[in-house]
Design a protein around this ligand. Sequence first.
Ligand SMILES: *[C@@H]1O[C@H](CO)[C@@H](O)[C@H](O)[C@H]1NC(C)=O
Length: 231
Amino acid sequence: MKLTIVTCSLLASASAHTIFTQLHVNGVAQGQTKGIRVPTYDGPNPLRTPLPKDIINVKAGDKLTAEWHHTLDSKPETDKADPIDPGHLGPVMVYLAKVDNALTTAVAGLKWFKIYEDGMDANGEWAVTRLYNKKGLVDFVLPSCIPSGQYLLRAEIIALHGAGNYPGAQLYMECAQINVTGGGNASPATVSFPGAYKGTDPGIKFQMYWPKPTSYTIPGPRPFTCSAKLK
Ligand SMILES: *[C@@H]1O[C@H](CO)[C@@H](O)[C@H](O)[C@H]1NC(C)=O
């Protein structure tokens, strides 16, 4: 069986229950949906809104924060499923793909490298629980050595509550359009979607309830780090 993952242009799962709605740069919120390719709503078969015209300027090495919400309008104060249904446990990941123009609609065949991942810790607590407790915010650092230029930044959550059988994992993702300055000359190894995940991956077909898992292998490659390239 083939695992269908569409990047940036369509939702991968039949029903999204959380949306990456906003990027923060060094703690400064850039504006709701600014430069983010968001769906029109969080239910099945959403249409994409017209592509955003903004490209968010960032510097290599910046601290970025992805902010998720249940819907474009929901708030944790009034919606218990905001930023996500707390039972939709699983990992959080961030990938980058270098593009000539971050406004591109040609997202098939892009070469992606992971820059962040968080799965299940030694106490059995999931990345999604941490995201939920932080009202949808996840911090990560843009590697300082990646080349300057335009990128799509793909923030992704996999909900594993139905992943005991394949296909059951629900993948949620959106992309931000960014312009990186002050970068270096690293050339991270890349993967493609579809391709990087398989239905048989231990992090895609995964039973999370009983027996209680003691570890979880996050799908895809390990994140690129600048220090790794010196080895
Ligand atoms: C990216 O940043 C550089 C440096 O500030 C700037 O010259 C360029 O116009 C920016 N590109 C876009 C698409 O914003």
